[in-house]
Write a new protein. Structure first.
Length: 335
């Protein structure tokens, strides 16, 4: 008998109220740390959730306590029906947010405003145009940078995600922090994480410790103000005194924050992942299409959640390709 009151609580007592939905496996960039060099096998369209299915399945999660939803991908704005999905989800009593590379966002400013999306996470890993092409394999730096300017002009609450990679952009750490001097943005430095096909190697990791060392060497340590982290926040938040914006470090590799995890993920083909790092996932979509209840499946998936990083509870385990290559590529999970 399913206790539907608690189906989103795992066996460690963590309640999951934050659902991240990947709307598509496609992308208009090819970030090498996300998209495998040979691309990914795309799921046939008929096996992807339609906008109605997204709404119906998400409504069930909301019934069981989800209060925050993030739309991601792939690139969510590549979904032709993104405006319909946003409109439908805006009817639910949740905070709605979106993560994007920004390339197409200028077409959707009115939609975002109309349906109450005020928080945008935008990815930009370098402030140097030639390096942008090197990491994304596409020449969209100007468009991305213009998106940042547009979103600020339109008063969106903007976070910029930066995946730090050794010998690629670690030397831009201070330049990114300096952006916060005049811009009211939060820069989030994300440790490079291992996923199938992304050629992760611990040598490429710029850890929280190294980030703090660089900051302490550049700024007077008394200028670096530690901000209060919100409950369930995956980021450690800071600002430079007197600067308009702030910055944060997401240290999933060197310093995981699994104890307070409240996140679950739904892939574009309707599978539930209880952790970003889990090598297993469970389809909800077929059962849903067959008209059967998906709540018992959700409950089982949640009870199976590992305490730390999908069972990779040490850096040694994370370094074993055999473990993380059983997971999907990031492009098909949704970060
Ligand atoms: N296309 C959108 C974007 O780039 O923001 C949304 C999807 S993307 C998969 C979501 C986030 O995951 C991005 O901020 C990206 O930088 C991050 N990401 C992708 N692969 C990663 C990796 N291997 N390690 C850390 N972050 C990663
Ligand atoms: Fe596309 Fe985002 Fe992945 Fe880059 S990080 S390839 S923009 S999904």
């Amino acid at each position: 008998m399913v206790n539907t009151e608690n189906i989103l609580t795992d066996s460690y007592g963590r309640h999951h109220n934050y659902l991240r939905i990947s709307l598509t496996e496609k992308c208009n960039l090819r970030c090498t740390y996300c998209m495998p060099a040979n691309g990914v096998q795309l799921t046939p369209k008929a096996e992807l959730m339609t906008s109605d299915e997204v709404y119906e399945i998400v409504s069930l999660f909301v019934k069981h306590g989800v209060t925050k939803i993030r739309l991601t991908g792939g690139e969510p704005f590549l979904r032709k029906d993104i405006a319909v999905i946003i409109e439908k989800l805006s009817q639910l009593p949740v905070e709605l947010a979106i993560t994007t590379n920004g390339v197409l966002i200028d077409r959707y400013i009115d939609v975002l405003k109309k349906f109450g999306i005020t928080k945008i996470n935008l990815s930009l890993d370098t402030l140097v145009q030639s390096k942008f092409k090197h990491i994304t394999l596409r020449d969209q730096f100007v468009k991305t940078y213009q998106a940042i300017q547009l979103l600020l002009k339109e008063s969106f609450e903007l976070k910029i995600n930066v995946v730090l990679i050794k010998n690629f952009n670690e030397d831009e750490l201070i330049d990114f922090v300096e952006l916060t001097k005049y811009l009211p943005v939060k820069i989030r430095f994300i440790e490079f994480m291992p996923f199938d096909g992304n050629q992760w190697n611990v040598e490429k990791l710029v850890s929280l410790e190294e980030i703090m060392q660089q900051l302490n060497a550049h700024y007077n340590p008394s200028e670096i103000v530690k901000l209060i982290d919100e409950k369930n926040d995956t980021a450690k938040n800071y600002k430079i005194e007197s600067y308009k914006g702030s910055f944060a470090v997401i240290s999933s590799v060197s310093n995981p924050f699994c104890d307070t995890c409240n996140r679950i993920r739904l892939t574009a083909n309707g599978s539930l992942k209880n952790c970003l790092f889990s090598s297993t996932e469970t389809s909800l979509l077929q059962q849903f299409r067959d008209g059967k209840s998906i709540e018992p499946i959700i409950e089982k998936v949640m009870k199976r959640k590992h305490r730390v990083r999908g069972g990779m509870d040490s850096l040694a385990k994370l370094k074993e390709p055999a473990l993380h290559s059983q997971n999907r590529s990031m492009i098909t999970i949704g970060g």
